[in-house]
Design a protein around this ligand. Sequence first.
Ligand SMILES: [Zn+2]
Length: 92
Amino acid sequence: MTPIATPSDAPMAPDPDACSGVVALVTEYLEGALDADTQARFEAHIADCDGCDIYLEQMRATIAAAGRVDVERVAPATLERLVAAYRSARGR
Ligand SMILES: [Zn+2]
């Protein structure tokens, strides 16, 4: 499989199959900025993962309330903890 137009100096792309990738991509997803393949994998993960499902709903609600949210200002470790908290709140 050949990567499509990946600049050699680009940071490693977030993986939408992983929870950390969902966290990294959520604003682009909500802005409709993901490419079709990434969006499809993102949605497949969301459908399968309660933690990310809830995380996405939280982000959607936050953005609806605030107009916009700057995810980059939130430490990734904090977001990972939030996802873990959502997951345990759901009894998993
Ligand atoms: Zn997940």
